[in-house]
Design a protein around this ligand. Structure first.
Ligand SMILES: [Zn+2]
Length: 92
């Protein structure tokens, strides 16, 4: 990580200390939001749409959560630590 402060959007996992991956969490499913997904920044740099099926989100390196948590359909910034399975982000 550069010391000049340019990389401001980074976060280290408070559980294991490793750098987390920045991405977005939003509601997925056709029309009726049925699940929450998380996908990293790199995915959104290459795609304009979120996959409709859960298995495609997982295949793209994302995460699918079983229960909605009151988030809107607008994706929120979340950081993921895949080493210990934590997500940290903004819920509002
Ligand atoms: Zn961790």
């Amino acid at each position: 990580m550069p010391e000049n402060g340019r990389k401001v959007n980074c976060m280290n996992c408070p559980f294991c200390g490793k750098e987390m991956t920045k991405g977005f969490m939003g509601a997925g499913g056709f029309g009726l939001p049925a699940f929450l997904y998380w996908l990293d920044d790199a995915y959104f740099m290459q795609h304009t749409a979120v996959p409709a099926e859960k298995h495609k989100i997982i295949a793209a390196g994302g995460c699918v959560l079983k229960n909605l948590a009151g988030l809107t359909s607008t994706p929120n910034t979340f950081y993921a630590c895949k080493d210990c399975g934590k997500l940290i982000g903004d819920i509002a």
